[in-house]
Design a protein around this ligand. Structure first.
Ligand SMILES: [Zn+2]
Length: 279
C-alpha cells in the first residue's frame, strides 16, 4: 500500500488566486493544462492512483481559500488537502479555521518564498493553534521553487526553536530540505516530532558540495531519522505530464537496494504518512 504525501492540483482559478499572472514564457502545454476542470482532475488522479496502487494522495494548495481546490479534495476521501498558510499574519488562525471548514487536514508553509520566517515569534499563536488541534505541517525549505527564492528564510535552521517549543506538532521537511540536507539532519538531533519527505526530482543534488547520490541521501536519512520518520512523495502535477511514476519506481528500487525489511518499506511508503497525518 502506498500514500503519496506530496502532490499538486492546479487550475486557472488557483493560479489567479495566487495573485500572479502566468509568466510570458509559460509553456503553452502548461497554460493548456490549467484549463482542466475539477472533475477532470478528480477522474485523472483516481485513475492513476488505482493503476499504481496508491490509496491516498496529499495535495499541497498553492492558493489560500480556493473553492476549486476544496471541491477537489472533498470529491473523494482518498484526496487529502493541505492549506497554504503564512503563520506570521495577524489573521493566519482565522484563515486556517476557514480552510479546515473547507476540508483541509494540514498546513503547507512555503518558507523559501520569502514571505515569512518560520521561526518568527509572530508565528507562535499559529503553532499553538496547530498543536492544540493536532494539525500536521509540511514545509518547503531550500531551492527547487523557481528563481525567486529567499534562502535565508528557506533555511530549516529557523525551525529549531519551533520544534522544541511545540513537541506535539508533527512537522515534515519536503524534498529532503531541497539543498539544506545537512541542516535537516541536524534538526533531528534529539527531536521526535520531525519527519523527512522524499518527494520531487531531487534536482537540488548537483548544488551540493559533495557527491551524494539519491541512494546515499536515502541511506543517510534512514540512519538519522530512522524508518519511522521518513515519508514517501512524488510532487506530481498530473497535468500536463501525467503521474510521476518514474519517481515512484526510482524510490521503490532504492529502498529495495538498501535491503530494508518489507515492514520498513511499508512504513516509509504508507504507515508513516498515516501517523504524520494523524489518521
Ligand atoms: Zn510540491
Amino acid at each position: 500500500m502506498i500514500i503519496d504525501a506530496h502532490a499538486h492540483m492546479m487550475t486557472a482559478g488557483m493560479f489567479k488566486g495566487m495573485g500572479v499572472k502566468p509568466p510570458k514564457d509559460f509553456p503553452q502545454r502548461m497554460a493548456d493544462s490549467m484549463q482542466h476542470t475539477v472533475e477532470d482532475n478528480t477522474k485523472a488522479w483516481l485513475e492513476a492512483m488505482d493503476r499504481l496502487g496508491i490509496e491516498k494522495t496529499v495535495f499541497m494548495s498553492i492558493a489560500p481559500l480556493n473553492e476549486e481546490f476544496s471541491s477537489f479534495i472533498n470529491s473523494s476521501d482518498r484526496l487529502i488537502g493541505f492549506a497554504r498558510s503564512n503563520p506570521t499574519l495577524p489573521d493566519a488562525i482565522d484563515v486556517l479555521k476557514k480552510e479546515l471548514k473547507m476540508g483541509m487536514k494540514g498546513v503547507k508553509l512555503y518558507a523559501t518564498s520569502g514571505e515569512f520566517n518560520v521561526g518568527a515569534k509572530e508565528a507562535w499563536p499559529f503553532y499553538e493553534f496547530c498543536e492544540k488541534n493536532r494539525i500536521p505541517i509540511t514545509i518547503h525549505f531550500g531551492v527547487t521553487i523557481g528563481g525567486k527564492c529567499d534562502l535565508y528564510t528557506g533555511n530549516p535552521i529557523h525551525l529549531s526553536k519551533v520544534l522544541s517549543d511545540f513537541p506535539d506538532i508533527r512537522f515534515s521537511i519536503a524534498h529532503f530540505g531541497a539543498g539544506f540536507f545537512r541542516e535537516a539532519l541536524m534538526l533531528k538531533y534529539k527531536v521526535e516530532n520531525l519527519y523527512i519527505e522524499s518527494s520531487g526530482t531531487n534536482n537540488w543534488l548537483p548544488h551540493q558540495d559533495n557527491f551524494l547520490t539519491l541512494k546515499d541521501v536515502f541511506k543517510k536519512s534512514i540512519d538519522v531519522f530512522g524508518t519511522q520518520h521518513m515519508i514517501f512523495g512524488t510532487d506530481t502535477r498530473i497535468f500536463p505530464d501525467g503521474y510521476r511514476e518514474h519517481i515512484l519506481r526510482q524510490q521503490q528500487d532504492i529502498l529495495k537496494e538498501l535491503k530494508l525489511k518489507d515492514s520498513e518499506i511499508e512504513d516509509i511508503m504508507y504507515n508513516n504518512a498515516n501517523t504524520f497525518l494523524g489518521q
